[in-house]
Ligand binder design. Structure first.
Ligand code: ADP
Ligand code: MG
Length: 486
């Protein structure tokens, strides 16, 4: 970006709350059902039906508020937000407006340090508010020539809309914030985080101002950019576009824009509604939501360990470096897996960390799978590491055993047995192998003995080969030094 300009960004994230039923009715929320099979009277907005708040949706919203250090309102109010659209049968969306359930929280993001290798720079992003609301249905344009299909299965799914302060200053910061928020909502179990299915969606508000000035520029809001990469691209494009417009003598109009992933550009969709256009007023069908101190405490007591606390514990308890601890606590399930491996193997936690974050995650990444889909369970991984720790196999053989486990050939003991991979720790067997190698390579032996030290590695390699990689490396090194010297 042109250094005379500074971007100002605020994000609105809609995250679907992980409830079995809808926010105001008992209809199911499962994704992918046949159209309109999950649309009951409340979802359809039939006359005479009344909404009843889903207690679980409220609990999840409160849990979020507590996780971001926010105020959880003792009393919050549902309001009707009116607009006309086919996928909104009532003609209004039930949302929260003046009195949201959550306000004044924050999320700390980590940015790359100016000097490589330093600790990351921590920046605090304010969370203005988070409110509960119902999702709308879906309009289906493709399957119907000349008509639009409406699927109301999604209508009434509970959403938490999380609004950030305009504290974000670049596309990279926006992505860091989104990833951190995504990690958090999945960690605390309030959202499945599935961006393809629309469980976690982002609108990006972007404006630019001349560096050094205080006043915010006019913003645009780019809708529904549903991957981290698209958010980055959409914001970068929007920043450049706005600078160009202003420098060309034009001005930015406050409008809603749409990102086109095909071209990497945004285009105007409609001018931005004013809050007045929505004719908000408190919904007379719903009571104010009251959350007392006892309820708040009960929800706090169920809070799982948060990512930053878990990372600090991994560093303190397992002696892991910050980087490794960050990787291993990146997902709740991964952290659990790692802890099960440490407990099951009783081995050095750093060795366990190397195997989990290196070999295992590497193999999973290649297949595009996550830890919950690992063909190697934590117990199997612990079994493998135990056999390394008790010197049944060397680290090198362990790599082969791991590969075989990953391919579904059974657990480590089974593979070690079946392939006869037990490490040779018996000195006499290793001595015999070394003698054989020395006899087969008289030229190299002569050169080594007349001072070509580098050939030591050659003899290690040859002896390993002669034992099919099974020689215990320490014993091999120790014996080889003595035998080559004479
Ligand atoms: P609305 O409900 O109309 O979208 P809000 O006041 O709730 O408006 O703001 C929505 C988002 O826009 C917030 O995340 C806020 O931080 C951000 N925002 C507000 N003003 C600006 C601005 N000038 N530039 C960039 N982002 C902004
Ligand atoms: Mg908005």
């Amino acid at each position: 970006m042109d250094n005379n300009w500074e971007a100002v960004i605020g994000l609105e994230v809609h995250c679907q709350l992980l409830t079995k039923s809808k926010i105001f009715s008992g209809a199911a929320t499962a994704y992918g059902a046949a159209p309109n099979t999950q649309a009951d009277g409340v979802t359809l907005g039939l006359p005479g039906v009344l909404p009843v708040l889903n207690a679980e949706a409220l609990r999840l919203a409160v849990r979020f508020g507590l996780a971001v250090g926010a105020n959880v309102a003792e009393r919050s109010v549902f309001a009707r937000k009116h607009y006309f659209y086919p996928d909104l049968p009532k003609g209004y969306q039930i949302s929260q407006y003046e009195l949201p359930i959550v306000a004044h929280g924050h999320l700390d993001i980590e940015l790359p340090p100016p000097v490589k290798g330093d600790e990351p720079v921590v920046k605090r992003i304010g969370i203005t508010r988070a409110h509960m609301e119902e999702d709308a249905g879906k309009s289906l344009h493709e399957a119907f020539a000349g008509a639009t299909g409406i699927d109301l299965n999604r209508a009434g799914t509970p959403l938490l809309e999380i609004v950030s302060e305009p504290d974000i200053r670049s596309a990279a910061e926006a992505v860091a914030y989104l990833k951190k928020l995504h990690q958090l909502v999945v960690y605390i179990g309030i959202c499945d985080g599935n961006m393809q299915e629309g469980s976690f969606r982002c609108d990006a508000n972007v404006s630019v101002r001349r560096r050094g000035t205080e006043k915010f520029g006019t913003r645009t809001e780019t809708k529904n950019v549903n991957s981290f990469r698209y958010v980055e691209k959409a914001i970068e494009y929007e920043i450049e576009r706005q600078i160009e417009v202003i420098e060309g003598g034009g001005r930015i109009i406050q409008e809603t824009r749409l990102f086109d992933p095909g071209t990497g550009t945004t285009r105007a969709m409609r001018t931005k509604e004013d809050a007045n256009d929505y004719r908000y007023f408190p919904d007379p069908d719903l009571l104010p939501v009251v959350v007392g101190a006892a309820e708040r405490q009960a929800i706090a007591a169920q809070m799982p360990e948060l990512p930053e606390a878990k990372r600090a514990r991994f560093m303190a308890d397992y002696g892991l470096a910050r980087y490794d601890a960050t990787v291993l606590t990146g997902e709740f399930a991964l952290a659990d897996y790692y802890e099960a491996v440490v407990a099951g193997s009783q081995a050095d936690p750093k060795l366990c960390a190397n195997w989990v974050s290196g070999d295992l995650l590497g193999a999973l990444n290649k297949l595009g799978r996550d830890i919950t889909e690992s063909p190697v369970s934590a117990a199997m991984m612990a079994g493998l590491i135990r056999r390394m720790a008790d010197k049944t196999i060397s680290g090198k053989i362990a790599k082969d055993v791991f590969e075989a486990m990953f391919e579904g050939q059974g657990d480590a003991d089974h593979i070690i047995q079946a392939r006869g991979l037990v490490q040779i720790t018996d000195d006499s067997a290793i001595v015999a192998a070394i003698e054989q190698v020395m006899a087969a390579n008289p030229k190299q032996l002569g050169e080594y003995r007349s001072g070509k030290d580098k050939l030591f590695g050659f003899f290690v390699g040859q002896t390993m080969k002669a034992t099919q990689g099974k020689a215990n490396p320490e014993a091999l090194n120790r014996l080889l030094k003595v035998m080559l010297a004479n």
